[in-house]
Design a protein around this ligand. Structure first.
Ligand SMILES: C[S@@+](CC[C@H](N)C(=O)[O-])C[C@H]1O[C@@H](n2cnc3c(N)ncnc32)[C@H](O)[C@@H]1O
Length: 275
């Protein structure tokens, strides 16, 4: 089965993680990423595009994937340290944290995505003889359908705190679907639950999206973060902190050299705790 449609983007993300994992000063190591990229025909990674604008776009997207991966790795470690033992990866794609994170005993991790990427992933995991380091449960469902029902049937317990991750996902969902997703997450989040989100920066859909770059992965991007993401999440019952790529990149020792091109207010990398 070859990647297609929106889930092909998950294999592109794996390619970026494989490249990062090869760096001496990698911000994370994802040993399975190369196998996912190779199975999807994206490894060895193709050389950068000749076109300068396309090259810059690819670099920018790759950089943001690397920083957000590290941010959410840290957020999950903090949630574990705080005693959270349920993890839900929404739009899990080729996320390999079940296999590469040192989970405390008793951790249950749910990977929610549609059937095609989960089948593709399962085939690669079998070939690699990958062994999960927690209890890993896959839930094949479309997030526009009754995923809370599917998650409950898979054994998620809403009475216990959960850490939710929506990484590189919300940008693909129209605004009303994002609102519904947040409301549903809230309804399943016991006090002490946490959440890590990545939101499309303001202007990316216009700069990178369908009209700007037809046929690219970014052409599927439809939604950006609201003006005030922290206030928006407060309205959904979460105490949130928004971080910019620039701020986190500097904290991780990968500072962005160029000055900001526009005013950077709230960031789109969000960590939140349930009130
Ligand atoms: C860019 S990938 C990110 C994957 C993963 N979170 C990561 O960062 O490695 C987006 C993922 O969201 C999933 N996705 C998008 N829309 C979805 C939907 N309506 N229902 C379920 N999954 C969806 C895709 O299948 C894909 O795996």
């Amino acid at each position: 089965m070859q990647p297609s449609g929106v889930w092909a983007t998950a294999v592109g993300v794996a390619r970026v993680r494989a490249l990062e994992s090869e760096r001496e000063n990698a911000l994370f190591r994802d040993p399975l990423a190369k196998a996912f990229a190779a199975a999807g025909g994206l490894w060895p990674a193709s050389p950068p595009p000749e076109d300068e604008a396309a090259r810059r776009r690819r670099l920018a997207v790759s950089f943001s994937i690397v920083i957000r991966t590290r941010f959410l790795d840290d957020l999950l470690l903090e949630a574990s340290a705080a005693g959270v033992r349920q993890v839900v990866l929404l739009g899990a794609g080729m996320d390999s944290r079940a296999f590469r994170t040192d989970w405390p005993e008793g951790t249950r991790l749910f990977e929610v995505d549609t059937a095609a990427p989960l089948d593709f992933k399962a085939a690669v995991l079998r070939r690699e003889r990958a062994v999960a380091r927690c209890e890993r449960i896959t839930v094949a469902v479309d997030l526009r359908e009754d995923w809370p029902g599917a998650l409950a049937a898979a054994g998620h317990d809403p009475a216990l705190p959960t850490v939710w991750i929506a990484e590189g996902l919300l940008i693909y969902l129209p605004e009303d679907a994002v609102e519904l997703l947040l409301a549903r997450i809230g309804a399943l989040s016991a006090v002490g639950s946490r959440m890590g989100l990545t939101l499309g920066s303001r202007g990316v859909v216009e700069r990178f999206g369908a009209d700007a770059v037809p046929g690219s992965a970014a052409s599927l991007w439809v939604s950006e973060m609201p003006d005030d993401p922290v206030g928006w999440l407060a309205g959904h019952g979460w105490d949130a902190d928004g971080h910019t790529l620039r701020e986190l990149a500097a904290a991780y020792g990968r500072p962005i050299g160029t000055p900001p091109q526009r005013e950077e207010r709230s960031g789109g990398l969000i960590g939140a705790v349930r009130r």
